[in-house]
Design a protein around this ligand. Structure first.
Ligand code: HEC
Length: 254
């Protein structure tokens, strides 16, 4: 990390160049914008890049790795942004795989990036780096499960003749996150849950489970009647087909 870049970069933020259009003109030929993380992992770790045939890391990959690997991920965002901008500046002008922030398993699939020296200005680099830093993947909000707290769920379940499904989760639970991104975000699963149950999500790092329930692993799914009687407990993370079957059985047992 060369400190002198920091002082050089500060005044450049005054120029309001549109980072997105710089990306489209100078980077998009090689760096695709967005591929969901699960697809990227499957492509690189299981299919040797034969699914997506990517030539370079995607922007969502870059944004994620740069924020994770450079500076202090938990520190001041403006400071980290300057550090990331300095890294991108240097990398684009003098690509050096030794300095790569991407996973080695991913990098083996790429040629070394050609230097853009003389083809891009400092202002453009600053703008594109800032745009990459703040890039956020599109959110799937439409049709997502709508979680409510337990007291609200009891009322809603009673009023609509449904049961209650409690998902036990925690911030460090990798399989919870994976299932939340995949199975629980799937439109068919969302429809099946919503049809028969009111969903409640309990983060056990922050709150206790209602009705004296106890858990031993995350995720765990508890199915209860509207008046709070537990009738089915399902520990573990599930793929769509299996979880649809579980929902079907839970509905039958209610
Ligand atoms: C001709 C294709 C090409 C173009 C154009 C290109 N890149 Fe790259 N870039 C690559 C490839 C391939 C890699 C991965 C291999 C490597 O790091 O050398 C890469 C890697 C990177 C990395 C480093 C990733 C890491 O692991 O540390 C950054 C940052 C980056 N590019 C930014 C940019 C930006 C910003 C632009 C546009 C201004 C751009 N690139 C334009 C092909 C390209």
């Amino acid at each position: 990390m060369k400190r002198w870049w920091l002082s050089l970069l500060l005044p450049l933020t005054l120029f309001a160049l549109d980072g997105r259009s710089v990306y489209e003109k100078k980077c998009a030929g090689c760096h695709k914008l967005y591929v969901p993380a699960e697809e990227l992992m499957a492509n690189f770790l299981e299919h040797n890049n034969t699914l997506l045939h990517l030539e370079a890391p995607t922007v969502n990959q870059l944004a994620y790795r740069l924020k994770q690997q450079i500076g202090d991920p938990k520190g001041d965002k403006d400071v980290q942004l300057m550090e990331v901008a300095a890294f991108v500046h240097e990398y684009v002008l003098a690509p050096d795989r030794q300095k790569s922030v991407c996973m080695p398993e991913v990098m083996v699939h790429f040629e070394t990036m050609p230097s853009l020296k003389g083809k891009i200005t400092d202002e453009e680099l600053e703008a594109v780096a800032e745009w990459i830093y703040w890039y956020t993947p599109p959110q799937k909000v439409a049709g997502a499960l709508r979680f409510v707290d337990f007291e609200a769920a009891k009322k809603e379940a009673k009023a609509t003749g449904r049961g209650i499904m409690i998902e036990v989760t925690s911030p460090t639970c990798h399989y919870c996150k994976k299932m939340e991104r995949t199975t629980l975000a799937d439109p068919e699963v969302v429809a099946a849950v919503t049809h028969s149950f009111v969903p409640v999500r309990v983060d056990v790092s922050k709150e206790r489970l209602p009705e004296g329930l106890s858990w031993s692993l995350t995720p765990t799914f508890f199915f209860l009647t509207a008046d709070g009687r537990l009738f089915k407990t399902v520990p573990g993370a599930w793929v769509k087909e299996d979880f649809l079957q579980i929902l079907h059985e839970a509905k039958g047992a209610m």
